[in-house]
Design a protein around this ligand. Structure first.
Ligand code: AQP
Length: 337
């Protein structure tokens, strides 16, 4: 029998904004899955600092946060030997592709994006064009790498659907150019809620620090935050409609302790919320401790980080440049040289 060439691995892309230290929501909803895909896919992961500036950022703080976020990705298990890991603004093709895609995206469709509506309400003093255009830049990030799969939390589903629409429309207009990406959304942890307002998603830029667990929080802080989490007055640990706070804590506990809802309900039968909240806090803190230790060690080795993000950017540029060359040709730009 003839030898068959090994099947080409599928491609994965995802990004995260350096708008603060990653929350437990970012971690369970997205980043925790990223290392798990590295062996079976060609993975590209990036710190999307260009997305971050759609909301006003202090430049010095953004630089610091971008480096910290890069180190956090590695601390969470993303391996720069296996994945392309880089910082978005280092790779010019993202902005170049975003422009072409802008010219192939309808204003009406962009106006329906719920994140734009939410963020405009949150920042009425700065509703800038970049905020409106955020999903097109995200489409460019994904399509530049011809990604098959995009691991994200459920809040990004609408943006991903837009990226698919843009790709499909472009392919119809100019001939097959882009791979149509599929979302990869974890079932159980697609939306981790705020500890203080459990009907709202947990966000790293929330002004109430008690509403989120940062994955670098010390153990005492983690336990304190869980102990002050908003729940209900039933004092019964069970998963049920209307018990948003407890449902959220059970979802988190299930993810970090590997227990089913039935086991959790049984373990805490007859016990108050205090015991349950402490148990969740301890399980989360223990789960995150190795990430924190690894992050601290990485932040002490700035030369390694610099070398790693430089290599990552070079590899990312080589891949995405192929897409840009193809796209520029298709839309009718004259090649240089
Ligand atoms: N609460 C969440 N539960 C599950 N997944 C979440 N994600 C965000 N919040 C939750 C997922 O994390 C990835 C990176 O998100 P991002 O930083 O690019 O942007 P975001 O969705 O806007 O996250 P934040 O924390 O809410 O940031 P800010 O406060 O700056 O707006 C994405 O895959 C996202 O789905």
């Amino acid at each position: 029998m003839e030898n068959q060439a090994p099947a080409k691995k599928k491609s994965v892309f995802s990004g995260i904004q350096p708008t603060g230290v990653f929350t437990l929501g970012n971690y369970l909803g997205a980043v925790k899955n990223w290392p798990q895909l590295q062996d079976d896919y060609r993975c590209t992961y990036c710190i999307v600092d260009m997305h971050a500036i759609t909301v006003r950022q202090d430049p010095k703080q953004l630089r610091q946060r971008s480096l910290e976020a890069y180190a956090l990705l590695l601390a969470c298990g993303v391996d720069p030997q296996k994945s392309n890991v880089f910082i978005q603004s280092h790779v010019k093709t993202h902005a170049e592709l975003a422009w072409v895609l802008n010219c192939n995206t309808s204003f009406g469709q962009l106006s329906r994006m719920t994140q734009f509506k939410d963020k405009s309400q949150k920042h009425p003093e700065d509703i800038n064009a970049g905020l409106f255009d955020y999903p097109v830049l995200m489409a460019a990030d994904i399509l530049a790498y011809q990604a098959d799969l995009v691991p994200v939390g459920i809040d990004q589903k609408q943006h991903l659907e837009l990226a698919r629409d843009i790709a499909q429309r472009f392919n119809t207009q100019y001939g097959n150019t882009f791979t149509i990406p599929e979302p990869y959304i974890p079932q159980a942890t697609a939306k981790i809620m705020s500890l203080q307002e459990p009907t709202k998603k947990m966000s790293k830029s929330d002004t109430n620090v008690k509403s989120f667990i940062s994955i670098l929080d010390e153990k005492d802080t983690v336990i304190k935050k869980f102990r002050s989490a908003v729940t209900d007055s039933e004092a019964c640990v069970r998963y049920a409609e209307g018990k948003d706070g407890i449902n959220n804590l059970m979802t988190i506990y299930q993810a970090v302790a590997g227990k089913s809802f039935e086991e959790i309900e049984k373990d805490f039968e007859g016990k108050g919320y205090g015991d349950f909240k402490t148990a969740v806090g301890e399980a989360v803190a223990d789960h995150l401790a190795p990430v924190r230790d690894k992050w601290k060690a990485l932040m002490d080795d700035k030369d390694y980080l610099k070398q790693s993000y430089t290599d990552g950017a070079q590899r990312a540029l080589a891949i995405s440049q192929r897409t840009i060359d193809k796209v520029y040709k298709k839309v009718g730009f004259i090649p240089l040289g």
